[in-house]
Design a protein around this ligand. Structure first.
Ligand code: NAP
Ligand code: 3JN
Length: 338
């Protein structure tokens, strides 16, 4: 089997760390692994397949001989270094929002639109969607194909790991402080996150929505290849470490029953139906965390409209929402294109 030279950009971060783990767990055919981060990480090492590898400082010459670059060091780093990597012959799978809405760059969830990967040749970059979008479209695509979704109303309950390693630490420290009757230190979020819910993810835009909410609106239309789907989102940060939960309401053109949705999703790739509410069985963040599946439950007909469905969708935001989706894209690349 052919081996590939792979670079992880942002290797010391929450997403980058998980990418290294997923590459190992899925036995991705890595010949050489280059770990890249900022100057702050110079001298650090990380473990891959039991071997300790040095973290190198990202620079313009980092991509010589690298075939696949998995980027998760923030939008401005991708904007600068993804084109440099592409020019060096490295195919970039970018986890940031820098290129997601560029018309000539594919935005890919392998269970939904793997065919879009073919367009990577235009700029050498494939964009990985936002975590909240990914888990939603994995669950909705089979329903869209069968009954055509006209409108989506989604509210998210997002884990702090979506903000990175500093936010994971902030929730830990605030929880510990409050349990010890000490004042919580607020640094990462605009308000205390422990024992709280913040209806504010990313920055507010002119239209009153946050950027995170508009990512869900715009990315969903692009991935589903249907600009006519109406999407409205409210994104909320909750004091959970791993896995985003979503309350999703859809209106379809064709009537589809809750039972039909359950049986469609039972065979959908990447989806696990967890839906026996009488036995108190429904998707939970603590069950999704660390796993690869998108869990779907609480599937029921919306009795307020003729063709509506409600559901609860949960997935590990760092795995399916970021690292796993990126590695799956890389798997498609090596199996079909490289
Ligand atoms: P994180 O835990 O804060 O890690 C940030 C990573 O970026 C670290 O490895 C950091 O290196 C590196 N970095 C920062 N500035 C750099 C620079 N100037 N040069 C090189 N490396 C630099 O954040 P995270 O949660 O892993 O997220 C990182 C990015 O991934 C986010 O900004 C976002 O764009 C993307 N992301 C996407 C999703 C998604 O929904 N698909 C989810 C989460 C994150 P040091 O350790 O050396 O500082
Ligand atoms: O907050 C979350 O749960 C997901 C965060 C994603 C994120 C965080 C910082 C910058 C993104 C993203 O992937 O959309 C970005 C960004 O690249 O814009």
């Amino acid at each position: 089997m052919k081996n590939y030279s792979v670079a992880v950009v942002g290797a010391t971060g929450a997403v980058g760390n998980e990418m290294i783990k997923v590459l190992e767990q899925r036995r991705f055919p890595v010949g050489k692994l280059t770990l890249l981060a900022s100057e702050r990480s110079a001298g650090k090492t990380l473990t891959f397949r039991g071997e300790s590898l040095p973290v190198q400082v990202l620079g313009e010459n980092s991509f010589t001989g690298v075939q696949i670059g998995l980027f998760s060091a923030g939008g401005s780093i991708s904007e600068k270094f993804a084109p440099i990597a592409a020019r060096a012959g490295c195919v970039v799978v970018d986890n940031t929002s820098a290129f997601r809405m560029a018309p000539d760059i594919p935005l890919v969830v392998p269970e939904v639109n793997p065919e879009a990967i073919a367009k990577y040749t235009t700029r050498g970059i494939i964009a990985n969607p936002n975590c909240s979008t990914i888990q939603m479209v994995v669950a909705l695509k089979p329903i869209h194909d069968t009954a055509r979704i006209k409108r989506i109303v989604v509210s998210t309950y997002q884990a702090v790991s979506g903000t990175g390693k500093k936010a994971i630490e902030e929730l830990t420290l605030q929880t510990r402080a409050l349990m010890n009757d000490e004042p919580p230190v607020v640094k990462v979020y605009p308000h205390q996150i422990a024992f709280n819910c913040l209806p504010h993810i990313d920055v507010f835009l002119e239209n009153g929505y946050t950027k995170e909410e508009m990512k869900m609106v715009n990315e969903t239309k692009k991935i589903m290849n249907d600009p006519a789907i109406a999407v409205t989102a409210t994104t909320v940060r909750v004091p959970v470490f791993y896995a985003h939960s979503e309350s999703v309401n859809i209106e379809t053109e064709k009537k589809i029953t809750a039972d039909e949705v359950r049986s469609l999703l039972a065979t959908a790739p990447g989806v696990k139906v967890v839906d026996s509410p009488r036995e108190k069985v429904y998707p939970l963040a603590i069950d999704a965390a660390g796993g690869d599946d998108t869990l779907v439950g609480r599937i029921r007909e919306d009795e307020s409209i003729p063709n509506g469905i409600n559901m609860w969708i949960v997935a590990d935001n760092i795995r399916k929402g970021a690292a796993l989706n990126a590695v799956q894209i890389a798997e498609h690349l090596i199996n079909g294109y490289l």
